[in-house]
Each structure stands twice: as C-alpha cells, then as structure tokens.
Design a binder for this molecule. Sequence first.
Ligand SMILES: [Zn+2]
Length: 277
Amino acid sequence: MKRHSICSMLTAGLMAGTCFGLEKETSLVTGKHIGNLAVAGKAKAQNYKPSTIAEIPEKKKLKNIKSHFAHLWKADKTTSKVAIKSGPMRNVELEWNELGTQWIVESGEYEIKLSIENGADMSIEDFMNVIRCMPKPALWGLSEGKHHGVQIRDKLGGGSAGCAGAGGVFLAQGRWQSLAAYLLHEASHILFIVADKLTNTKLMDQWVEAMAADDISVSVYADGRWDEDVADFGRVYFISLMAGSKKHYGDRTALEELERLSPQRFAAFKAIIQEPK
Ligand SMILES: [Zn+2]
C-alpha cells in the first residue's frame, strides 16, 4: 500500500466519521476513525446539565472559541511524567508495510505504545516530550488506542498532520511542540469513540444538540463537522485545563471561561473524559 493512501485507508469499512482535509489556517489536523476498540463494561449514561447562562452578548463578537483561547497554548513537557517501560524493539512491522521501532512508555497508570517509522525524523526523547505535554485525560485516551498506539510516520496522505481512530493515532513527523498540539486534538477523537462505546446513549446526537444549543463556533476547521467539533473542542478544553487556576479572563479561569461560552459542549466533554470506575 502506498503511503499517500494511508489516511484514506483508515476509515474504509470501519466506523463512521469523516475528517478529510487539512486546516490551512491553523495547521490543526485531520483525523479519522479507524475501527473499534473493544472496551469491556458499560458506564452509566451521563446527561448534560442545563445551561445556567441565558445569553452572553459578547459571544456573538467572538470569531470562534479556539481563537479566544489560542494564546494560552504552549507545549509544556513538564505536564506529565513519562518513562520507557520496554523497548526499543527494532524493525517491527507497522501498518501499510512499513517497518519501525517500537516502545511501550508509561505515565502513571497508563501505558502507551509508541512507534517511529524507519526513516522518520524523530527521536524517542522528542516523542516522549510530545506525550509529556498531555494532561491526564488525554493520556487515558491514548492508552485506550492500544492497537496502533501513537505512530510517527514519515508522511501521511493528503499532507495531513495526523489521523486518529479507536485504534490509535498516526502523526506525520514534525517538531515535538507542534505534534503535541495535534495530539490533543487526536486524543479527543479517541476519547469520544471510547466514551461512545461505554455509554448507552447516542453521544453523537447529544453532541450535535450541544453544538446547536451553545450557538458558537469552535473553529473554522470544525464548522459543520460534528466529530471535528468534538476534537477541536477537546483540544481547547485541555489547553484550558492546563492553564490552571490563573484568572486569564477577568475573574475567570480558562476552564470557567470555556464553560461560560459553551456550557453544553463543556458538560458533554467532561462526561466523555470521565473514566469508568
Ligand atoms: Zn480530527
């Protein structure tokens, strides 16, 4: 299989969801759903809390949520501790008939499989720096994508920076700081798929309802595509989470500001990242 078709292969015959195209404006990435991850057990369905904010006049003036929070992002490799558990295993067969080197890394209770395609320009130390930038819920998502884990590939189809599905994430080689930003988006795709399998409710329908109720765009890239809306919202949520308790918006933290602007998505995403007990 030629490399240029790598991402278009991911969805073939598998889970619904389209994530074609590359966001030119901000380099946020494409993603795809690439099959189902077997997850045991069922969690209780979680409903949205009703919005307590009737109307926010300045909301209409915002271009979108992502641009409102963009300045808070910085790749911070001190976010999570990550260490090699096993590896390297060399010349492991990766998808699409390519060989690579593989490691298992651990961060707290999570184990994540990392692979670097032979010839891709990335060191394991920089790869771990990408993972170190992830907050805990994103690490959980990545650990659930066990089949592919996270793979650094020489290149992806259509010039994509990344693709994701239930089985894991593929990222095109790049600077670790950039890949960390992409991975927040891709981890959100996995988290949604995992949550969707854990609940009895149709999360897609709930998310689409939340988008309508919140009545604000997350990003140009996500406009009109609910699954990209989830992933870009997830990225903003994680950036806000990592921004911590500092009052970045008047008397509000970033998370409080995000909840204020998009309360239904906020509640939905909080439910999505809730690990089953
Ligand atoms: Zn995506």
